[in-house]
Write a protein that binds this ligand. Structure first.
Ligand code: FES
Ligand code: FES
Length: 163
C-alpha cells in the first residue's frame, strides 16, 4: 500500500492505494466519496466520470497512483458553496434529466466539461460529447434539454418520456 494525496473538491485528501487501485475505487472506498458511480468498471458507461486536472476522465480507467498530487473534482464538488445546486444540476432537475439517477453524476461531470470548453454547444455537439455516457432510463432527450438550458439556450419542444 502507498499513501496518496490529491486535492479533491478543493481539499487535500489522502488515502492508501495499491498499484492496481482504480481512481473510482480510491474515491469511493478510501475517500468515501460515493457520488461517483461505478456502472461497468470497463470504461464503457461513463457513470464514473470525474475531472482530473480539469479534464473529464472515466475514473475506472485511471489508476489512483496516476493522480498523486492532482486536482480532482467529483460530483460532490459541483454544488455551489452554499450547498445549493449548480446551474447545470438545477437544469437536470428542472428538465427531468434523470430518472433512476445512476448515470447522473457522470452526465453532470461530462456536461460541465463540455460547457467549460464550449459554453453554447449545439444539440448535436451535446449528443456527440455525451456519447460516452450511457443512460438506461431517460432516452437522453431531457438530458440534452438540461444542457441546453444550462448554457442559456432555448430548449426545444418535443415528445419526451415525461411530457
Ligand atoms: S464505471 Fe467507469 S465507465 Fe462505467
Ligand atoms: S437516469 Fe437511470 S441510467 Fe440515466
Amino acid at each position: 500500500m502507498t499513501k496518496l494525496t490529491m486535492t479533491v473538491n478543493g481539499r487535500k485528501m489522502s488515502g492508501d492505494a495499491e498499484g492496481r487501485t482504480l481512481l473510482s475505487d480510491f474515491l469511493r472506498q478510501e475517500l468515501e466519496l460515493t457520488g461517483t458511480h461505478v456502472g461497468c468498471d470497463t470504461s464503457q458507461c461513463g457513470a464514473c466520470t470525474v475531472h482530473v486536472d480539469g479534464l473529464a476522465v472515466k475514473s475506472c480507467a485511471v489508476l489512483a497512483m496516476e493522480c498523486e498530487g492532482a486536482e480532482v473534482t467529483t460530483i460532490e464538488g459541483m454544488a455551489n458553496k452554499d450547498g445549493s445546486l449548480s446551474v447545470l444540476q438545477q437544469a437536470f432537475q428542472d428538465h427531468h434529466g434523470l430518472q433512476c439517477g445512476f448515470c447522473t453524476p457522470g452526465m453532470v461531470m461530462s456536461a460541465s466539461a463540455l460547457l467549460k470548453d464550449n459554453p453554447r454547444p449545439s444539440e448535436a455537439e451535446i449528443r456527440h460529447h455525451l456519447e460516452g455516457n450511457i443512460c438506461r432510463c431517460t432516452g437522453y432527450h431531457n438530458i440534452v434539454k438540461a444542457v441546453l438550458a444550462a448554457s442559456g439556450q432555448p430548449v426545444p419542444e418535443g415528445v419526451t418520456a415525461t411530457e
